[in-house]
Ligand binder design. Structure first.
Ligand SMILES: Cc1cc2nc3c(=O)[nH]c(=O)nc-3n(C[C@H](O)[C@H](O)[C@H](O)COP(=O)(O)OP(=O)(O)OC[C@H]3O[C@@H](n4cnc5c(N)ncnc54)[C@H](O)[C@@H]3O)c2cc1C
Length: 487
């Protein structure tokens, strides 16, 4: 099923509790902190089923149409189709919605390629995973995920010694219908706009932290669920003209608080198994397929940033300088390098024992490593090109309502290659993306969304063909002859 944007918006008004400061928000579709971003997500649903995009964005199975991210790939063509669907979603939101509806669904599709792994944990959990995949696919479900344990609860020894403890989300009770969960989990990007939350653990748990290993799906409006959201940039945006991106693409981040939330058994996928609760991401294609979406999304954002860099140089009248062209050349080389790494992920795929194809693991982890390490520097370079521009532009666009102030502004603020009005729009838009508090959040997001940066190094260490590399060294060593002792 391909949901309409209107259906999606209707389903968001479902009694969920969003905690914004001291306010409990119940309808995110009308609240000024969320309503525009809710519409940006709704637009993805509408664009996806529009005549122009429906073929690229969906596929048919048993007479039903489903979003392309539910394809379980068996051919390179399947991988290409999935990639193009991710790319278009990212294009429609300039790569600013990291956890768009195609992200967590791709993780679940990745797990669906190897459901037998869930059976190892408990009989029936593999079937639960298959049914959950079908539920998401058939109802076009938008899920976020929270797979990080609260900081204070990570080390069991420190946890025991603490006077005040983080209540790490865990199973506190069970009955014949399911389990009861209490505690907090972080960090749900897009949680406010999702139908459901996938709860799990992407970082290792100690074997004795079995109760924390619960992996399940929770409805955002389930009794006992609260979504504690960070500051809303949409609420603080002055206008579309002043904050083009933060006024409509603030996907939000939130901590989920659960108090004796009942989760039915059919939505439980792992329980009482610390090791398995992490393995399901790495021993299936889930982590690499999900992050493949992130790479396509990043590339769309980078294309926009590079366009901004070029225009910034032009407006400052420095685009002809070789040193500036060198900076622009480096940015475009970086973009081309990333696009190459993405193509490599698709064109050099690998197979699962079940006969499914997934993207090339090493090329994916190289790209994840590169993007998480370089976004900060890219943003910095483009801010450098904007120089003092953002601080010469008037406070906000309200002065345009005054004819005399507009006359003065128009007469004096023009730049090379752009009139004063265009310069206003450009600088405000660029600063919103690269210099504002919203921009700061994006820098932190690109650094951390895939886990702490040191882990991104470790993925490339773990999956490296060290035996082959060592064989090369051995070959050279075998060819080196040391002098023999003279008799
Ligand atoms: C904007 C944003 C959005 C996010 N969205 C999501 C989401 O949708 N879902 C989700 O589940 N999570 C999400 N995350 C959480 C993200 O996965 C975590 O931030 C990440 O795993 C790091 O955990 P932490 O923030 O608790 O840092 P910590 O683990 O507390 O680390 C703190 C610092 O210490 C460093 N460090 C820690 N251990 C080591 C070590 N052994 N060696 C070297 N350095 C170390 C880290 O690199 C980091 O710099 C998001 C994070 C951000 C910032």
């Amino acid at each position: 099923m391909l949901r309409t944007g209107a259906d999606y918006l209707k389903s968001l008004n479902d009694g969920r509790q969003i905690v914004l400061g001291k306010e409990i928000v119940r309808d995110v579709t009308t609240h000024p902190a969320f309503r525009n971003t809710a519409r940006s997500f709704a637009r993805i649903y509408d664009m996806k089923r529009s005549p122009e995009h429906i073929d690229a964005m969906s596929y048919e199975e048993n007479g039903e149409r489903h979003s392309a991210w539910y394809i379980l790939p068996k051919t390179k063509e399947d991988l290409r189709k999935r990639a193009e669907a991710h790319r278009r979603v990212a294009e429609w939101s300039y790569g600013l919605l990291g956890r768009s509806p195609d992200h967590v669904s791709t993780f679940v599709a990745g797990m669906r390629m190897m459901p037998e792994m869930f059976e190892e944990g408990r009989k029936g959990f593999g079937d639960n995973l298959i049914r959950y995949y079908e539920h998401m696919r058939d109802n076009d479900i938008f899920a976020c995920y929270l797979v990080i344990t609260a900081q204070g609860a990570r080390d069991p020894e420190i946890y025991k010694r603490q006077a005040t403890r983080n209540a790490a989300l865990q199973v506190v009770d069970e009955d014949d219908k399911g389990v009861f969960l209490s505690g907090i989990k972080m960090l749900g990007t897009s949680a406010v706009f999702s139908d459901e939350a996938w709860i799990g653990n992407i970082l290792p748990l100690a074997p004795e932290q079995k109760a924390l290993s619960i992996t399940c799906a929770v409805k955002m409006n389930a009794p006992g669920v609260q979504t504690w959201v960070r500051k809303s940039y949409e609420l603080n945006a002055v206008s579309r003209a002043d904050n083009y991106f933060s006024s409509q693409f603030d996907e939000t981040d939130a901590v989920l608080v659960l108090e004796r939330v009942h989760v039915p058994w059919e939505r439980v996928f792992v329980m009482d198994n610390a090791q398995l609760s992490r393995d399901i991401y790495f021993k299936t294609p889930a982590h690499i397929m999900g992050n493949h979406q992130s790479m396509l999304r990043f590339a769309e954002k980078l294309k926009l940033i590079n366009g901004i860099a070029h225009k910034a140089a032009e407006l400052s009248g420095v685009g002809h300088l070789p040193a500036v062209q060198q900076t622009l050349g480096r940015l475009m080389a970086a973009e081309a390098g990333l696009l190459g790494m993405i193509a490599g992920q698709i064109e050099s795929p690998e197979t699962t024992p079940s006969g499914h194809l997934h993207v090339n693991r090493r090329f994916l982890y190289a790209a994840l490593h590169w993007t998480s390490n370089n976004y900060c520097e890219i943003a910095e370079k483009v801010r450098e090109l904007l120089s003092a521009g953002p601080f010469q532009i008037p406070a906000d666009s309200s002065f345009f309502e005054d004819a005399e102030l507009t006359r003065i502004y128009e007469a004096n603020w023009g730049a090379i290659g752009a009139g004063a009005s265009e310069r206003y729009k450009f600088i405000k838009m660029a600063w919103d993306l690269l210099g504002s508090e919203f921009a700061g959040r994006h820098t932190q997001y690109e650094r951390f969304y895939g886990g702490p940066p040191f882990l991104n190094d470790m993925y490339s260490y773990t999956w490296a063909p060290w035996t082959d590399r060592r064989a090369l060294v051995d070959k050279v060593l075998a060819d080196i002859e040391l002098p023999k002792p003279k008799k």
